[in-house]
Design a binder for this molecule. Structure first.
Ligand SMILES: CN1CCC[C@H](Cn2ccc3ccc(-c4n[nH]c(N)c4C#N)cc32)C1
Length: 242
């Protein structure tokens, strides 16, 4: 998979040189390219923004500079992803679908955002898909943090990136849409607190049922919105597997 990220703060994406994503890059599993939007400016001040039509506070990112940049990195079949507070929520299902694709391009806006004609223009481009997404209901200063989130959420799903692929099945928002169960390790007593006895029993069936029960309780207690969307069939399959 190839992922291009375009930003006026390319150093914001430096963490993608580290850990699993960094190893995926050096191992050839992920072709990640980070670009400085200002490389596509033509004036001596390397201007990327201007005042908003219709007035209002702040500045808007220019469509011409973004157009030159995206024409340079987009190819047929690419998926243009634009982080924005007004975008569709980025979910695990979205990450799973994106991990199946060949070429993602993330356009990181700043200021008050990118001129709306940029997304409109590329939606009309045959062979290019455009998705505006959000990583949560809070306002950030730009799209770079969202790009970090998206790249990590997608990269970890690529074959060979995570050491134990089984761990991808059980995790939060996994196959059945449940939150994760609580995890414990040594020492067995800490700060006057014990590890649940069932986890020390060695009875795998009971442990699996306890974990699913804990995941259900957590999901119902913390994310009642997810309960309505629970994939009961996947839950039953999980039960049958224990
Ligand atoms: C006051 N203004 C309001 C409009 C957006 C301005 C900052 N900004 C410019 C580009 C840009 C891209 C994403 C996000 C963002 N914020 N929250 C999220 N979940 C996001 C995501 N994905 C924020 C952004 C700040």
């Amino acid at each position: 998979m190839r992922i291009d990220v375009v930003s006026i703060f390319p150093d914001y994406l430096a963490p993608l040189d580290l850990s699993l994503v960094g190893k995926a890059r050096t191992g050839g599993l992920l072709d990640l390219r980070v670009h400085d939007l200002r490389d596509w400016t033509t004036d001596r001040h390397r201007t990327v923004d201007d005042t908003p039509f219709g007035g209002g506070a702040g500045m808007v990112m220019r469509p011409d500079v973004w157009g030159t940049a995206l024409d340079s990195v987009l190819d047929d079949g690419a998926h243009l992803l634009v982080p924005t507070p007004s975008g569709a929520p980025l979910t695990q299902r979205t990450a799973e679908r994106l991990a199946e694709e060949q070429h993602l391009v993330v356009a990181c806006g700043r200021y008050e955002g990118i001129d709306a004609r940029v997304a409109e223009h590329y939606r009309a481009r045959p062979g290019v898909r455009v998705s505006e997404f959000s990583i949560g209901d809070y306002v950030l200063n730009g799209g770079e943090v969202a790009a970090l989130v998206l790249v990590e959420a997608v990269a970890r799903l690529l074959p060979g990136v995570v050491g134990n692929p089984e761990s991808l099945v059980e995790e939060s928002h996994g196959a059945a849409g449940l939150l994760e169960y609580p995890v414990y390790t040594k020492p067995p007593q800490w700060a006057g607190l014990d590890v649940p006895d069932v986890l020390l029993s060695g009875h795998h069936g009971r442990i699996a049922r306890w974990r699913r029960d804990q995941a259900l309780r957590r999901t119902a207690g913390r994310r009642p919105d997810l309960v309505a969307a629970l994939d009961v069939a996947a839950l039953d399959r999980a039960d049958l597997a224990t």
